[in-house]
Design a protein around this ligand. Structure first.
Ligand SMILES: NC(=O)c1ccc[n+]([C@@H]2O[C@H](COP(=O)([O-])OP(=O)(O)OC[C@H]3O[C@@H](n4cnc5c(N)ncnc54)[C@H](OP(=O)(O)O)[C@@H]3O)[C@@H](O)[C@H]2O)c1
Length: 393
C-alpha cells in the first residue's frame, strides 16, 4: 500500500498546465492503487468543459469557476453527479478553504493570491506553483504562512530543486543560491529578430510545455526575475545571495553553494511531474512516470551568463527585488498586462520590458511596501489600470 494512501487533495487551477500534470500523477497512482488520492475541490477560470470533464472523472465534492458567466454551463454539465458547483472569485476561496491534506496552488497570476491565502489561513499544506502571488505580496504572504503554521512546498522546478538541497538547519552556511534558466526560445536571437517575434514563437519553449503566460515570461526572462523574488521570500535569502545562470538543457534545476565550497544541485529530465510528485508525496518520495535522466546520452551540459541587454526584463526584476517596497507588486501587475497585450497581438515582444519599465518609473503609486493584502491588491489594480490606459493611448 502507498505511504500516502487516502490523501485528500484540492487543485486550484486544475485546468492549466500544472493542474493537468497534477491530475495525471493522481490518476497514475490511483490506477495502481485505488483510493491513493481523493479529490476534494477543483477550480478554473473560464474553461467549463474541461473542468466538468475533470470533475466527472475525479468526482470531487466541489468545483468552482471564477467566471460567473460560465456557471450555468458547468452546472448543466454536472447535473446528477452530486458535485456542488459554484462560481465567482469568492467561490475559489471557498474551494481553497475546504479541509483536505494537500492543496496545489496553480492559478496563474495575482488572481491566485486570495484563493491561495484562503488555503494558507487554515494552516494547509500548500504546493505553491503560483509565483505571482509571492511577487505581488511576498512579505505579507509569508507572514500569513507563519502565523497560520501552514506548510509551503515549492513546485517551480528551480525552487523545488533548492528545497531538496537546502540545509534548513544551517541557513547561515548558504553562500549563494543559483537559479538555472533555459534561456527560452529566443536565447540566441538578436533584438532585431525578437522585435518581430509572434506569440506562437514566444510560447514555443525548447524544453518545457507550459501555459501561455509563463511561456512568454520565459521568453523575456521575466520568469527568472519573478523566480528570484519568489526565492527571496521562500528561502529568506537576501537579493545579493541570489543569482541566475543560463543552462539551455534544463537538466540542473538549481544549485545551492555552501561556505565550505560544496555546491548541491538537483537534476532531472525537464518534466513538471517530478517536482509536483515531490510535493504530492511529501515527506515521502513517490514514483513519477517521467523519462529517466541519462547523462551519458546527453553528453554535455552547458552554462552561460544571462544577457540582460537583450533580455531587460531580468534586469528590471532584479532591480525591483533590490528596491523592495512597492516595486515587485508594480513589476508583476505591469508584466501581467503587458504579456496579455502581447498575446493579443496589441504590442510587440520588445514592448513588454518597455511597458513594465514605464509602470515602474511613472506609475503614481507609493514607494513603500503594501501594508496589507488589501493594499497589495489595490496597488495591483491601480497599476493594471495605469498600464492599460498607457497601452490604449
Ligand atoms: N506550467 C509550468 O510548467 C509551470 C512551472 C512552474 C511554475 N508555474 C507557475 O504555475 C502557475 C500556473 O501556470 P500554468 O502554466 O499551469 O498556467 P495555465 O496553463 O495558464 O493555467 C492557469 C490556471 O489558472 C486558471 N486561471 C487563470 N486565470 C484565472 C483567474 N483570473 N482566476 C482564477 N483562475 C484563473 C486557469 O483556468 P482556465 O483554464 O479556465 O483559464 C488554469 O486553470 C503560474 O503561476 C506559473 O508561473 C508553471
Amino acid at each position: 500500500m502507498s505511504e500516502v494512501q487516502g490523501r485528500s487533495v484540492t487543485i486550484l487551477g486544475s485546468t492549466g498546465s500544472v493542474g493537468v500534470s497534477t491530475i495525471d500523477l493522481i490518476e497514475h497512482h490511483n490506477a495502481r492503487s485505488p483510493g491513493t488520492y481523493r479529490v476534494v475541490a477543483l477550480t478554473a477560470n473560464t474553461n467549463a468543459p474541461e473542468l466538468a470533464a475533470q470533475a466527472r472523472k475525479l468526482k470531487p465534492e466541489f468545483v468552482a469557476i471564477a467566471d460567473a458567466s460560465r456557471y450555468g454551463e458547468l452546472r448543466d454539465e454536472l447535473t446528477g453527479t452530486g458535485i456542488e458547483v459554484a462560481a465567482g472569485a469568492e467561490a475559489l476561496e471557498v474551494a481553497a478553504a475546504k479541509t483536505c491534506d494537500w492543496v496545489m496552488a496553480s492559478i496563474v497570476g495575482a488572481a491566485g493570491l486570495r484563493p491561495t491565502l484562503a488555503a494558507v489561513r487554515r494552516g494547509a499544506t500548500v504546493a505553491i506553483a503560483n509565483k505571482e502571488c509571492l511577487v505581488c505580496a511576498g512579505d505579507l504572504f509569508m507572514r500569513e504562512v507563519r502565523s497560520a503554521k501552514a506548510t509551503l512546498l515549492p513546485v517551480d522546478s528551480e525552487h523545488n530543486a533548492v528545497f531538496q538541497v537546502f540545509e534548513v538547519e544551517q541557513p547561515n552556511a548558504i553562500e549563494q543560491i543559483t537559479l538555472t534558466a533555459s534561456g527560452g526560445p529566443f536565447r540566441t536571437w538578436t533584438r532585431e529578430q525578437m522585435a518581430k517575434a509572434t506569440p506562437a514563437e514566444a510560447c514555443k519553449h525548447p524544453n518545457w510545455s507550459m501555459g501561455s503566460k509563463i511561456s512568454v515570461d520565459s521568453a523575456t526572462l521575466m520568469n527568472k526575475g519573478l523566480e528570484l523574488i519568489e526565492a527571496h521570500h521562500l528561502f529568506a535569502v537576501p537579493p545579493e545571495r541570489l543569482s541566475v545562470i543560463v543552462h539551455p538543457q534544463s537538466i540542473v534545476h538549481s544549485l545551492v553553494a555552501y561556505i565550505d565550497g560544496s555546491v548541491l544541485a538537483q537534476l532531472g529530465s525537464p518534466d513538471m511531474r517530478t517536482p509536483i510528485a515531490y510535493t504530492l508525496g511529501y515527506p515521502n518520495r513517490i514514483e513519477a512516470p517521467t523519462r529517466r535522466l541519462n547523462l551519458a546520452d546527453l553528453g554535455q551540459l552547458s552554462f552561460e551568463t544571462p544577457d540582460t541587454v537583450r533580455f531587460p526584463c531580468l534586469a528590471l526584476a532584479q532591480e525591483a527585488l533590490r528596491q523592495g517596497g512597492s516595486a515587485p507588486t508594480i513589476l508583476n501587475a505591469a508584466n501581467e498586462v503587458a504579456v496579455e497585450a502581447f498575446l493579443a497581438r496589441k504590442i510587440g515582444f520588445l514592448d513588454i520590458p518597455r511597458v513594465v519599465e514605464s509602470a515602474l518609473s511613472g506609475c503614481d503609486a507609493p514607494g513603500r511596501a503594501p501594508a496589507s493584502i488589501a493594499e497589495a491588491l489595490t496597488l495591483d489594480q491601480v497599476v493594471r489600470d495605469y498600464t492599460k490606459r498607457r497601452l490604449a493611448t
